[in-house]
Design a protein around this ligand. Structure first.
Ligand code: MG
Length: 379
């Protein structure tokens, strides 16, 4: 497969922090992907909330299935645009590795706890996981991934934090763009979660078809499906509508991005980085439809009473775990305790506690909270 001139290429990679011999029988970015899949943070994604806490049902998306959906969407897009499919896949599989338990509620609670010590951002944490926290290779700490994969993982980042991140922080300070593969993964992430959240929301009975008919994108394909088929089960109707939505978003994104790339005539990936705006984009009409869908989900799913109640508890679990562990470092397991005792200021000690809490799965966090706070449970 010939790559477009503006695709990320491994022969022009900015390399790994710790130089290694080239891999045999696979590309550099495939090696990154393999290391990500073999990491323990990747396996833990299975028990981390996307929107629904894992004990609410076995059929809802979790961060692992979400990451697989993002990877699958971005691979098709990358291939269609002659971009680097291996790199896109690696970024997609790693993009949520730093997420706390309990989704955004957990992230916000941990960020609040960490406010005096530099805050907590899940994107920066994903990078920390692959750069430092996965620790099982003899010759380096972290997974020693390529610059391009690390660049893609760090989707957002505050300017203060960017100054501490070396090479991958530079683009935020220079206001540059990441590679097209990173831009593509960012939008594939949105396509995946908007659509699977509609699916899960309907399944949970929190959203209804009637409500969703107010969302232009949903209404259009729901109309198409009901016009074509007369006797569908609710499950078939839901799936036939959502798969058309995903397809339409992907095709639109491909078309608009290809159009922009053709008119920009970029000689290489550095020109992508220097371009004043991101080049991966929906058309204007689809951008509007996508915004509507997002707004709908925000209003009717993420803020729904049933979701909110669980998230209220989740925030409390994360906050109280942090308070107990930071208040008495001896409550940490030995490895984290040793790291915390070695740290020479409060900010570094708090960071160790945040690393430990962020790495927990939903159920581990809930169990650990009970072990620390439930006085009837003395083990
Ligand atoms: Mg995601």
């Amino acid at each position: 497969m010939t790559l477009a001139p503006y695709a990320a290429r491994e022969d022009r990679s900015r390399g790994r922090r710790h130089p290694e011999a080239p891999p045999q029988g696979r590309s550099e970015f495939q090696r990154d992907r393999d290391r990500i899949v073999h990491s323990s943070a990747f396996r833990r994604l299975e028990y981390k909330t996307q929107v629904f806490v894992s004990h609410e049902g076995d059929l809802y998306r979790n961060r692992l299935t979400h990451s697989l959906e993002v990877a699958q969407i971005v691979r098709s897009l990358a291939r269609g645009l002659a971009l680097n499919e291996d790199l896109s896949e690696a970024i997609a599989l790693a993009h949520d590795l730093g997420h706390t338990p309990f989704g955004h509620a957990g992230q916000d609670a941990l960020d609040d706890c960490m406010k005096p010590y530099g805050g907590f951002e899940h994107n920066a944490q994903s990078l920390r996981v692959v750069d430092e926290l996965e620790d099982k290779y003899a010759e380096f700490t972290g997974l020693n991934l390529s610059f391009e994969t690390r660049e893609g993982i760090l989707k957002h980042c505050s300017l203060t934090r960017a100054t501490t991140l070396g090479d991958v922080g530079e683009r935020f300070l220079r206001r540059q763009q990441p590679s097209l593969e990173a831009q593509l993964t960012n939008i594939a992430d949105q396509i995946a979660y908007n659509n699977h959240d509609v699916d899960d929301g309907l399944r949970a009975g929190i959203l209804s078809i009637e409500q969703l008919l107010d969302v232009p994108l949903f209404a259009r394909f729901h109309g198409e499906v009901t016009a074509r088929y007369t006797a569908l089960t609710p499950r078939q109707l839901r799936h036939e509508t959502i798969r058309r939505m995903i397809n339409a978003l992907v095709i639109d994104l491909h078309g608009e991005t290809a159009r922009r790339l053709a008119s920009a005539e970029l000689p290489d990936v550095d020109a992508v980085r220097a371009w004043p705006e991101t080049l991966v984009s929906f058309s204007e009409g689809m951008e509007r439809d996508n915004r509507e869908l997002k707004r709908f989900l925000f209003e009717h799913l993420y803020k729904h009473h049933a979701v909110y109640r669980v998230m209220y508890k989740a925030r409390r679990i994360v906050r109280e775990l942090f308070e107990a562990l930071f208040g008495d470092l001896r409550l940490l397991p030995p490895e984290f305790q040793a790291a915390a005792l070695k740290a020479d200021d409060d900010a570094s000690r708090a960071r160790v506690v945040a690393d430990y809490v962020a790495g927990m799965t939903d159920r581990y966090a809930a169990d650990e909270h009970a072990r620390l706070y439930d006085l009837r449970q003395l083990r």
